[in-house]
Design a protein around this ligand. Structure first.
Ligand SMILES: Nc1ncnc2c1ncn2[C@@H]1O[C@H](COP(=O)(O)OP(=O)(O)O)[C@@H](O)[C@H]1O
Ligand SMILES: C[C@@](O)(CCOP(=O)(O)O)CC(=O)O
Ligand SMILES: [Mg+2]
Length: 430
């Protein structure tokens, strides 16, 4: 039996970083996904897998991480590039048998289990499976092992992860990774009750979504240190609908509380990223940097966070307000543009902008486009609002200029479906 899960990345329209300190933020899923395939071997294959392990002191997990770092590629492309440098074969990955699995019957959350996290992080380091050039992936592998062992114990399995999202660029790859992993692992556990005979991509019910969200948040904690929970929530709670194409759904998030927003007009965003993603930037360090600044300047930073809270609330109100004609739509967009610029100024105050982000801001401003960083910043992605009446020629020109400076651009569909799952009953582990 194979289960596949897919979870989208996200953009934050307003409120990143401040949301970690209790301010409101507004986010939406995007149509770039992380996919996880989980297959348990049959009983006889399982025996073989354990016997093939060179040391009897170890369990044997086999997994393959396929990570596509180019914006705009598809899962099918990822399947085609199995021999490229973006793939990590972690096979076999060994876990000491002396480590006891958690009680399978009670799928309780093992919050703050630092001992297990530290043990797994050391294991990842000892086994030397992470290429030097991509050391930050170690946190993802540790989160994977943590979720796997807490939910499924130490059974042998084949896990393949593929992602259309660039890693460490502000589009929530860590959350999409944690959400899709948690979903696949829980789907084949006793704690969910899903009909595995159904064909195609299925959505989870609200209770299951909540359970997945709790586990995914724990995965995010291992990767991020102090996440707000907005990324895993945006990745999961897309619009649940039978319609084929759904867009425009966003979330407002404050102190763990989710409010769903329904946008009345489509919002188009250009997402710009550095081509050499994955280099020298991670959310954990940037979030820690803002916390340190907050300790040094508590009063000033409290004022910054309060201002961001007001901006996010205004963004949420505007998104939901009706726009019956072009004039009303333009007025809405003008206000959104101004709020994005104000939010960017406050992100600069928090110290999370970057020279490459400033270059994008300057370039898009030449074309009168308002932009702000999205996600943790520090060299990650920039969002530019594309007004409804903006001509395609202008969009093409700005993209061409950004690409000439070494950036990659994509116009992603925002606010579509969240987490989904599909079963393949004919498959066993290969
Ligand atoms: N497909 C994946 N395979 C392995 N690790 C992943 C994957 N996706 C995300 N990660 C983990 O998440 C980290 C990136 O997360 P983060 O710094 O929060 O940036 P973002 O969430 O914006 O992409 C990676 O360095 C890695 O540890
Ligand atoms: C900076 C923050 O607000 C968003 C981080 O997003 P990303 O990991 O850069 O995609 C952190 C958080 O809310 O957990
Ligand atoms: Mg992240």
């Amino acid at each position: 039996m194979e289960v596949r899960a897919r979870a989208p990345g996200k953009i934050i329209l307003a409120g990143e970083h401040a949301v970690v300190h209790g301010s409101t933020a507004v986010a939406a899923s995007i149509d770039l996904h992380t996919y996880v395939s989980l297959t348990f071997p049959t009983n006889s294959e399982q025996g073989e897998a354990l016997n093939s392990c060179t040391s009897t002191d170890y369990y044997h997990l086999k997994f393959l991480l396929i990570t596509r770092t180019l914006i705009g590629s598809t899962y099918e492309d990822a399947n085609l590039i199995q021999d490229t440098a973006y793939i990590y074969h972690l096979e076999p990955f060994l876990i000491k048998k002396s480590v006891q699995p958690y009680n399978d019957d009670e799928l309780r959350l093992h919050l703050d289990d630092m001992a297990l996290t530290l043990f797994l992080a050391t294991l990842v380091e000892e086994q030397n499976v992470i290429p030097e050039a991509n050391i930050t992936i170690g946190a993802g592998v540790t989160a994977f092992l943590w979720l796997y062992t807490c939910i499924q114990g130490y059974k042998p399995a084949t896990v393949v992860v593929a992602s259309e999202l660039p890693l460490g660029s502000g589009l929530g790859s860590s959350a999409a990774f944690s959400v899709s992993l948690a979903a696949a692992l829980l789907a084949l556990s006793d704690s969910t009750n899903l009909d595995s005979t159904q064909q195609g991509w299925l959505s989870f019910g609200e209770n299951e979504l909540e359970l997945v969200n709790k586990w995914a948040f724990e995965g995010e904690k291992i990767i991020h240190g102090k996440p707000s929970g907005i990324d895993n929530t945006a990745s999961e709670f897309g619009y649940v609908s039978d319609e084929v194409f759904v867009t425009g759904n966003m979330i407002k998030f404050k102190s763990g509380e989710l409010t769903r927003l329904k946008s009345n007009t489509p919002i188009k965003m250009l997402i710009t990223n550095r081509s050499n993603t994955n280099v020298g930037r991670n959310t954990k360090a940037l979030v820690a940097g803002v916390s340190e600044r907050t300790v040094r300047h508590p009063t000033a930073m409290a004022a910054v966070f309060k201002a961001v809270d007001s901006i996010s609330n205004e963004v949420a109100t505007i998104i939901q307000s009706p726009a019956h004609d072009d004039i009303a739509a333009t007025e809405k967009e003008d206000k959104l543009e101004e709020l994005m610029e104000m939010n960017q100024g406050l992100l600069q105050c928090m110290g999370v902008s970057h020279a490459s982000i400033e270059t994008v801001l300057r370039t898009t401003l030449k074309y009168k486009l308002a932009s702000k960083l999205t996600g943790a910043g520090g060299g990650g992605c920039v969002l530019s609002l594309l007004p409804t009446l903006l001509s395609r020629t202008v969009v093409d020109k700005v993209i061409k200029e950004l690409e000439a400076c070494g950036f990659q651009c994509v116009i992603a569909g925002i606010g579509g479906k969240g987490l989904q799952i599909s079963f393949n009953t004919s498959t066993t582990s290969s």
